[in-house]
Design a protein around this ligand. Structure first.
Ligand code: A3P
Length: 319
C-alpha cells in the first residue's frame, strides 16, 4: 500500500541542529544522536523511521557497521532468498547492484520515499546501519530476523578512508590517513563508535540466536560454503539434498563473489542515486582481509587493537 504523500522529514531540522556536530569526515557531517555519530544527511530519515516504520513479521534485516561487508551480505541473502525464482545465468544480480536489490532504508526514508519500502512485496530484505538500540521499535516487537556482519576494525577504517576520499570532489585533498586513524580511535566515525555498535548486536545474538545471526567478514571469506548454508538455514530456506547435489550453494557463492560482482557492467559505472557522489564501483575495492597492513605501522595497529580488546572484554567476542 502506498502512503498518500511522501512524508517530508524536514520537520526534524530544528532538533538536529541542536545535536553535537562532527565535520572531520567531510563531506560526511555527523551528529551525535542517542550515543552514535549518525550522518546528518540521513538523520531526518532515521527519526522518521523510528516513529513511523511498520515492520512485518517476515522482514529480514541485513545490518552492519558501514564498510564491513554489507554489499556482499545483501547479495548473498538476496540470491539465497530468490534462488528458486531465477536461473543463475539470468539473475537480477547480473543486472542490478546489490544495493538496488536490498534497499538502504536510512537513505530511502531521508529522501522522503518511505512509500517505496511500504510497497515492497513480502518477504522483504531491508538494510540499515543503525545500532540495535536505535532500531525502530516495531522491528524488535515483531521479533524480525536480523543478520549482522562485523569486520576487523582496522580494515573497516581503511575501507572507510578510501570510500570517504572518493566523496571529496577535486581539488579537495584526501583526509591524511593519520588523521582518519586518530578520529577512528576517538570513536569519531560515521555510525560509530564501532565497538558499541558491534557489541549491541553480539549481545542480542547471544540472547536470541534464533532471531539474530552474527557473522564476521573474515569467516565469510575463509569458508563461504559453511556461511551460505548457515545463512539459508537461518533464513528458513535451507538447501535441499537435491540443491546440494546440483551445486546450488556453489552457484550462489559464485554469483555473489567479489570478482564476479566487480566485473559486471552494472557495477562498473553509474550512480545508485543522482545525488550520491560515488559511482557503483566504489563498493568493490579490494575485497580482502588484512589490507590494513599496507596502511598502518605495527604500533598503530596495536593501538587500534587495544580499543576492542578493552571495550569487548568479558563479552566472549574478539574482533
Ligand atoms: P575494501 O574497501 O576493503 O575492499 P560495505 O559493503 O559494507 O560498504 O563494505 C565494503 C567492503 O566490502 C569493501 O572492502 C568491498 O571491497 C568489500 N566487498 C564488496 N563486495 C564484496 C564481495 N562480493 N565479497 C567480498 N568483499 C566485498
Amino acid at each position: 500500500k502506498k502512503s498518500a504523500d511522501p512524508r517530508p522529514p524536514s520537520n526534524y531540522t530544528d532538533l538536529i541542529s541542536t545535536l553535537p556536530l562532527e565535520e572531520g569526515w567531510a563531506p560526511i557531517c555527523t551528529r551525535k544522536y542517542q550515543g552514535f555519530w549518525i550522518p546528518q544527511r540521513v538523520l531526518p530519515g532515521i527519526m522518521d523511521m523510528q516513529q513511523n516504520f511498520k515492520a512485518r513479521p517476515d522482514d529480514l534485516w541485513v545490518l552492519s557497521y558501514p564498510k564491513s561487508g554489507t554489499t556482499w551480505l545483501k547479495a548473498l541473502t538476496y540470491a539465497i532468498m530468490t534462488r528458486a525464482q531465477y536461473p543463475f545465468d539470468h539473475h537480477p544480480l547480473l543486472r542490478r547492484n546489490p544495493h538496488e536489490c536490498v534497499p538502504f532504508v536510512d537513505r530511502t526514508y531521508s529522501r522522503g520515499q518511505a512509500s517505496e519500502i511500504e510497497a515492497m512485496p513480502s518477504p522483504r530484505i531491508l538494510n540499515t546501519h543503525l545500532p540495535y538500540s536505535l532500531l525502530p521499535h516495531t522491528i524488535k516487537s515483531l521479533d524480525c530476523k536480523v543478520i549482522y556482519v562485523c569486520r576487523d576494525p582496522k580494515d573497516v577504517l581503511v575501507s572507510r578512508w578510501y570510500f570517504n576520499n572518493g566523496m571529496r570532489p577535486q581539488p579537495v585533498e584526501p583526509i591524511p590517513f593519520t588523521k582518519a586513524f586518530e578520529m577512528f580511535c576517538e570513536d569519531n566515525c560515521p555510525y560509530g563508535p564501532i565497538c558499541e555498535h558491534v557489541l549491541e548486536y553480539w549481545e542480542e545474538s547471544q540472547r536470541r540466536p534464533e532471531k539474530v545471526l552474527f557473522l564476521k567478514y573474515e569467516e565469510m571469506l575463509e569458508d563461504p560454503l559453511r556461511i551460505v548454508r548457515r545463512l539459508a538455514e537461518f533464513m528458513g530456506c535451507p538447501f535441499s539434498p537435491e540443491e546440494e547435489k546440483e551445486g546450488v550453494v556453489e552457484e550462489v557463492i559464485k554469483l555473489c563473489s567479489f570478482d564476479n560482482l566487480k566485473s559486471l557492467e552494472v557495477n562498473k559505472t553509474g550512480k545508485l542515486h543522482p545525488e550520491f557522489v560515488l559511482t557503483k564501483d566504489s563498493f568493490f575495492r579490494k575485497g580482502e582481509a588484512g589490507d590494513w597492513r599496507n596502511h598502518m605501522s605495527p604500533e598503530m595497529a596495536r593501538k587500534l587493537d587495544r580499543i576492542p580488546e578493552q571495550k569487548l572484554e568479558g563479552s566472549g567476542l574478539t574482533l
